[in-house]
Ligand binder design. Structure first.
Ligand code: SF4
Ligand SMILES: [Zn+2]
Ligand SMILES: [Zn+2]
Length: 315
């Protein structure tokens, strides 16, 4: 039988305390017992955070969907003593969204954390299902744009200067691969675990989990008994990013550590990003924008024009 590099050998010892190991990390050539794994995980995150100017005492907003990544990042920031508030954006996707909200609410209640939930329909005027029905396709692109814009806005409205997201090593390495293969050079240049605030009304963004992968996050959540949402977004099939992550996971099976070295090598030699064009104000909502309309108002304009053309056809 082919040897699986992710299987823990019998009698393996923890590299820190020499007790019985339970977690095998082939990409680090290490085995850990649960307690030492938590220390390892927190250190990985701490090492990433040390490279950002964000100090534990300055409050950060954490984008929480109820999924395993966002709850893990919230937990590890608490472990490291950060002052946090959770921000949930309700996408209005029936059972999936209800379960997501419940997971965030349970987590926050158990730990007595400050958080708030905002509805995409109320903030934007249309639900994701309505957008999907009207624009027919590319729903993930619209959703990504809305989440980015609305999370920034709400964070700034609530008086926070930093927004934390749960993007991890697999997300970042997959995204890098996709951008390189698509020759999207400006996207490549802008990819970073810390993005400083480009405008007083646009918060800085940090991705504290960029040094840990999905398996490590699952192990961390198991040990901490974190219950994350189990279902999938009904639009997941339209997303392209999983394909790049799958390709890298296949390579990682054969060459443990490849994902990590691919991302770190890029971050080490990262080319300078060209400064963004000057921000102006959106003609409709007054929020920061590069053109006459901000990204949210220009999407709304597309949705409204679809409704308008439909009503002309049906009248
Ligand atoms: S799968 Fe697509 S539509 Fe669903 S939450 Fe993710 S980006 Fe949004
Ligand atoms: Zn140990
Ligand atoms: Zn606008």
């Amino acid at each position: 039988m082919e040897k699986n590099s992710h299987t823990l050998s019998r009698g393996a010892k923890c590299v820190r305390c020499r007790q019985q190991a339970e977690i095998h990390l082939p990409s680090h050539h290490a085995n850990f017992c649960p307690d030492c794994f938590l220390v390892f995980f927190q250190r990985q995150v701490f090492r990433g955070l040390k490279k950002t100017p964000v100090h534990p005492s300055s409050p950060v907003m954490v984008a929480v969907s109820g999924g395993k990544d966002s709850l893990a990042v919230w937990q590890v920031l608490l472990d490291l003593g950060y002052c946090t508030k959770g921000l949930h954006l309700d996408l209005g996707l029936g059972d999936f969204s209800e379960e997501s909200l419940e997971r965030v609410a349970d987590f926050a209640r158990e730990k007595k954390l400050n958080w708030g939930s905002f509805s995409l329909s109320q903030e934007f005027g249309f639900s994701l299902r309505e957008i999907d029905a009207l624009l027919k396709g590319k729903t993930c692109a619209s959703c990504g744009r809305l989440k980015r814009g609305l999370l920034n806005r709400i964070t700034s409205r609530q008086g926070f200067q930093t927004l934390v997201t749960g993007h991890h090593l697999d997300d970042e390495a997959g995204r890098l691969l996709g951008n390189l293969l698509g020759n999207r050079q400006e996207h490549v240049r802008k990819q970073a675990p810390f993005l400083p605030s480009p405008h007083p009304k646009v918060p800085a963004r940090i991705k504290p989990l960029y040094r840990v992968d999905v398996r490590e996050i699952k192990a961390y959540n198991n040990i901490n008994t974190i219950r994350a949402v189990q279902g999938n977004c009904p639009f997941t099939k339209g997303a392209t990013s999983p394909h790049f992550k799958e390709a890298l996971s296949l390579l990682e099976q054969r060459m443990p550590g490849l994902k990590r070295s691919f991302l770190y090598a890029y971050l080490k030699e990262k080319p300078e990003s060209k400064p963004d064009a000057e921000y102006g104000s959106c003609d409709l909502c007054g929020e920061p924008a590069f053109g006459p309309l901000c990204s949210i108002c220009s999407l709304k304009k597309r949705v409204l024009s679809k409704i308008h053309s439909k009503s002309i056809v049906s009248s």
